[in-house]
Design a protein around this ligand. Structure first.
Ligand code: HH2
Length: 258
């Protein structure tokens, strides 16, 4: 899954694709590189980010979504927590909604259910504005797992066709919490849903490797993705698609023994 942020302030790619034409070109490049899914987001969820009104999300999204839908390659996913944005996207042919707020909003569950679409349910502690203010858990793996199980059940009751779960690396988690989750992905896999993992260029990699610049976190991203793949992760959410495709090829060859 290639990340396409049409935001002026994303932590990882800092507004590089804010211009619609640049975003469309980047989306099509990621499809050329082998992305099966494009995750298009118009609201930054970096720590401290303020929410964007639905009107503004749609103003950013629609000029990029429409040509990418016409392109016809790959699955288009929209990274949103807004029922209004999801409705407009699903009506136009988007088939997957990625909600970093784990479908807490019943109206969002209802919209996705009504369209018989799929959803990524991600775990986040609190909201982006405050999530990194000393996050605490008694048992991070168990708490994330219970949350994902509850939200998935609610989503299925609302008619969501396919649930994908995501532990939400970096969303209300310390470096130790992120590593603990990475070490226990197979436990989250016991829920029986495919897992999506988003480690690409994240702060914990910078903390471990000393790479302060996000662009210097590729090796750390690849290694974390290998851990995920070995534990059964099905979707890697990444900025560097070619590197992720090659990572998947290597791990698949290693696991299959050919
Ligand atoms: N991470 C980000 C955004 N959306 N969705 C899922 N399912 N999993 C993730 O780990 C995840 C996500 C944050 O990364 P990015 O999109 O690069 O930055 P920003 O939120 O600042 O746009």
């Amino acid at each position: 899954m290639g990340v396409l942020n049409i935001t002026p302030d994303s932590f990882s790619d800092g507004g590089r694709f804010f211009d619609p034409q640049t975003a469309i070109t980047q989306g099509s490049r990621m499809l050329d590189e082998g992305a099966d899914i494009l995750d298009v987001g118009a609201e930054s969820t970096r720590p401290g980010a303020t929410p964007v009104p639905a009107e503004e999300e749609l103003r950013r999204l629609l000029p990029v979504l429409e040509p990418l839908l016409d392109d016809g390659r790959g699955i288009l996913s929209v990274d949103t927590s807004s029922p209004r944005v999801a409705e407009e996207a699903l009506r136009r042919g988007v088939s997957l909604i990625n909600d970093v707020r784990g479908l807490r909003n019943p109206n969002l569950r209802e919209v996705i259910g009504k369209h018989g679409a799929a959803a990524i349910i991600m775990h986040m502690l609190g909201e982006p504005t405050t999530m990194q203010d000393s996050p605490q858990y008694d048992n991070v793996v168990e708490e994330v797992k219970v949350y994902l199980a509850q939200q998935s059940k609610l989503a299925i009751e609302a008619g969501v066709q396919q649930v994908i779960v995501d532990p939400g690396i970096g969303f209300g988690k310390t470096v130790a919490h992120n590593l603990e989750l990475l070490r226990n992905l197979s436990s989250i896999g016991e829920l029986g849903y495919p897992i999506c993992l988003g480690v690409s260029r994240k702060a914990f990699i910078g903390r471990v490797t000393g790479a302060l610049d996000q662009m210097d976190r590729l090796e750390g991203t690849i290694v974390a993705n290998v851990f995920g793949l070995l534990d059964g992760v099905k979707i890697l959410r990444v900025h560097d698609v070619t590197a992720a495709v090659r990572t998947i090829q290597m791990v698949t060859a290693y696991s299959d023994g050919n």
